[in-house]
Design a protein around this ligand. Structure first.
Ligand SMILES: COC[C@@H]1[C@H](c2ccc(C#Cc3ccccc3)cc2)[C@@H]2CN(C(=O)Nc3ccc(OC4CC4)cc3)C[C@@H](O)[C@@H](O)CN12
Length: 293
């Protein structure tokens, strides 16, 4: 029986079988949790079990100050160019609401150094730090949290974040202009590189990656920095699983963090582990315009 039959009245001359009221309807296919969200839950469980508190990452828009300047990333650094970063046009700038004396210490450490650093020797511009952007890393949230910790009177803290970050970069099969960054941060007196290596072993072995190797690396905001590699049994080779380091004094001291307090941190993405754990080889099957979270 079709709508056309009813409209044209042709149903009058048709033969129909008895309606079977006991027939069962088609079973609707149930929904599925998105793989990224399932792996995010896995990471949340690991961090929570390790005593970490989740940071508030619900602001995709960030000021250049917290995304770069507070992290001692110089204003002429290539990562700050529009070809790497999405800057907003409306509103293009924000008055960051950062206390004047902190702004002055950041300006001073960029220009003249301090705390054992010679600085960058350029003329730091307030206007540059006030440009709005889509955060390029959740380390921008870590810097806000560490500033608040230093100002409220330091106490040991363990924070984590898992949220979207945006890079104005060429996209390909495994890279999009945005991805989810996973970051862990530990702040305490007298932390060393050994503590960082130890906590990375703890974290990655809970991901099923007990064999780690480290390679010296560079980040503007951490010294020393290490790339993290783990041996993959199925790929029979070491693969890069993240980056890490100790936040520099040029970042922590202007915040008001006590001399003997160190901060160790590490980062990885959510997409890469998800693609490996779920055997997805094209990131667009996972995340992007075709698939919405
Ligand atoms: C621009 O893209 C950067 C992204 C992303 C990344 C890299 C570094 C950080 C960082 C940091 C950081 C450093 C110091 C202090 C604070 C944060 C965050 C994300 C991944 C980091 N990577 C990455 O996630 N790889 C990875 C992680 C886990 C994993 O587990 C599976 C269960 C088996 C497998 C793979 C490494 C590469 O994928 C790399 O090519 C891509 N990287």
């Amino acid at each position: 029986l079709t709508a056309e039959m009813i409209q044209k009245g042709t149903w009058r001359t048709q033969e129909f079988k008895e309606y079977n009221f006991n027939a069962l309807g088609a079973i609707p296919s149930g929904g599925h949790l998105h793989p990224l969200l399932k792996v995010r839950t896995q990471f949340r469980k690991i961090f929570t079990q390790m005593g970490f508190e989740e940071m508030p990452t619900n602001n995709y828009v960030e000021s250049s100050f917290w995304n770069f300047d507070a992290l001692f990333q110089p204003q002429q650094h290539p990562a700050r160019d529009a070809h790497d970063t999405f800057f907003l046009t409306k509103p293009a700038t924000t008055t960051t609401g950062v206390p004047e004396e902190y702004l002055q210490r950041v300006k001073d450490v960029h220009q003249n150094g301090g705390y054992g650093s010679i600085g960058y020797g350029y003329s730091w511009k307030l206007a540059e730090s006030q440009k709005n952007l889509l955060r390029t890393h959740t380390t921008a949230v870590s810097s806000r949290m560490l500033y608040r910790l230093a100002q409220d009177g330091f106490k040991p803290a363990k924070y984590f974040s898992i949220d979207r970050v945006f890079r104005n970069e060429a996209i390909d099969r495994t890279h999009l202009a945005e991805f989810h960054q996973v970051e862990g941060v530990i702040c305490d007196r007298g932390l060393t590189l050994g503590d960082l290596i130890g906590v990375l072993h703890q974290f990655f072995s809970r991901l099923g990656l007990p064999k780690l190797r480290f390679k010296p690396a560079y980040n503007p905001y951490t010294e020393p920095s290490m790339e993290i590699f783990s041996y993959s049994e199925e790929l029979k080779k070491y693969m890069e699983v993240g980056n890490s380091g100790m936040f520099r004094p040029e970042m922590l001291r202007p915040m008001g963090m006590p001399e003997d307090v160190n901060v160790i941190a590490w980062g990885l993405s959510l997409e890469r582990p998800t693609m490996i754990l779920y055997g997805i080889d094209n990131i667009r099957d996972l995340f992007g315009h075709k698939v919405s979270l």
